[in-house]
Design a protein around this ligand. Structure first.
Ligand SMILES: [Zn+2]
Ligand SMILES: [Zn+2]
Length: 185
């Protein structure tokens, strides 16, 4: 398949299911990952893709943070903090921060993917690949203090300044569950 045609089809595919991995694309088009990365870079440069992170590819126009509100608490989502929850049918929710993102995600059985923002770079990544900082001094949006990062390096940098403990996705969900139980008690 010609490069131009493949790029066109990649965009069409992302219209249907945002958050495909580069590996998936390579398999679908029967080309190497290198070829897919070249395609993605070219689409990025043209502004047709927004971000490639944690293996996920997102299309640029899917979200308009400026006029959206958190699906959980109605606050305005902040860049670098907002999360995106995707469902099987292609619909999605945006939340203000990781606290609302993880809470809403765990309360929605039909949710399939959760993307969280990196506190430092603002890039989105899959929650399963993300690092979380819990109980630090920083609490820029909702309580309790829970921030998301795309890499171990970045979460460690933040922890050095603001304390707290580093957690993976499961531990972060558990942290919120426990905090909620304490609130109720
Ligand atoms: Zn919220
Ligand atoms: Zn929030």
């Amino acid at each position: 398949m010609k490069q131009e045609l493949r790029q066109h089809e990649i965009l069409a595919l992302l219209d249907k299911e945002s958050g495909i991995s580069a590996g998936d694309l390579a398999q679908r088009f029967q080309v190497s990952r290198m070829t897919i990365h070249r395609d993605l870079n070219s689409l990025l440069k043209q502004g047709l893709l927004l971000r490639i992170h944690g293996g996920a590819v997102m299309k640029g126009h899917n979200r308009n943070v400026d006029d959206s509100h958190c699906s959980a608490c109605k606050r305005r989502p902040l860049p670098h903090q907002c999360c995106e929850i995707r469902r099987k049918d292609g619909s999605f929710d945006v939340t203000c921060c990781a606290v609302c993102g993880l809470r809403l995600f765990s309360s929605q059985p039909e949710a399939t993917q959760l993307f969280v923002g990196d506190q430092i770079s603002g890039q989105m990544c899959l929650a399963e690949n993300a690092y979380f900082l819990i109980n630090s001094l920083a609490s820029p949006c909702c309580q309790p203090s829970l921030l998301s990062f795309s890499s171990e390096h970045e979460v460690a940098l933040f922890q050095a300044g603001f304390g707290g403990s580093i957690a993976r996705f499961d531990e972060a969900l558990e942290f919120l569950r426990v905090a909620e139980d304490l609130n109720r008690a």
